[in-house]
Design a protein around this ligand. Structure first.
Ligand code: FMN
Length: 202
């Protein structure tokens, strides 16, 4: 499938056929996620492949009771390593320096003030699983599968369900499988209303 067709076809699908996803397809999807960019070679993502029915159902409960999540044959669990301390700037702590340059020290100090430094780390690593997951999502579509992002998730509960250690957090889920529904009409603001050239004109 051409890349442009994959992008056009990708929609959020929430009903799946009870058809197994071949291992080699899952492997190809994981390869796409693996190759995604990440900040400063941190490679923070870990990828859970959840096929056990009980664990899928438990994850659906952690996802605000979105039961359809557990009905997909595969649920990818996008986890990140939150082991690093990003609060202090130093030459060997690029995120610590970059965070202050990017967001300003007020926000970094605010997040750093939490006794549980997970807040800072989760904030910092939030984009990595989204980049990896979107590559996986498009790879899945190219294999005739469909999926949906799930961000309405109790991160702490998902971590407990998956048996993650303290220094890993599951930030997003992605149920995927062969679609059992046609996506409905979608709506996007006109591109011309979203694009600006050189400077924003109000
Ligand atoms: C980061 C993120 C989190 C999302 N979380 C959920 C979710 O928890 N439940 C859900 O049903 N859809 C979720 N979605 C799917 C969006 O609702 C969907 O992408 C959007 O409505 C556009 O529809 P489309 O994907 O079919 O183009 C999420 C999408 C993104 C990007």
């Amino acid at each position: 499938m051409e890349y442009s067709e994959v992008v056009q076809r990708r929609r959020s699908i929430r009903r799946f056929l009870p058809r197994e996803v071949p291992d080699e397809v899952i492997e190809d999807i994981l390869q796409a996620a693996w190759l995604a960019p990440h900040s400063a070679m941190s490679q923070p993502c870990r990828f859970g492949v959840v096929q056990d029915g009980e664990i899928r159902s438990e994850l659906a409960q952690a996802a605000a009771g979105q039961t359809w999540v557990g009905q997909a044959p595969v649920v990818l669990a996008y986890c990140v390593s939150i082991a690093k301390d990003f609060s202090t700037p130093s030459p060997d702590n690029l995120p610590g320096t970059l965070g202050r340059d990017r967001y300003g020290s007020d926000l970094i100090d605010y997040l750093g003030a939490y006794e549980d430094s997970r807040a800072m780390r989760i904030f910092w690593e939030n984009s990595a699983p989204l980049l990896a997951g979107q590559q996986a999502y498009l790879a899945a579509v190219s294999h005739g599968l469909s999926a949906c992002w799930v961000g309405h998730l109790d991160i702490a509960r998902a971590g407990r369900i998956l048996g993650l250690p303290q220094d890993l957090a599951c930030l997003y889920l992605m149920p995927l499988g062969y679609p059992a529904e046609e996506p409905g009409e979608t709506w996007r603001r006109p591109l011309s209303a979203l694009v600006f050239h050189d400077r924003w004109k109000s």
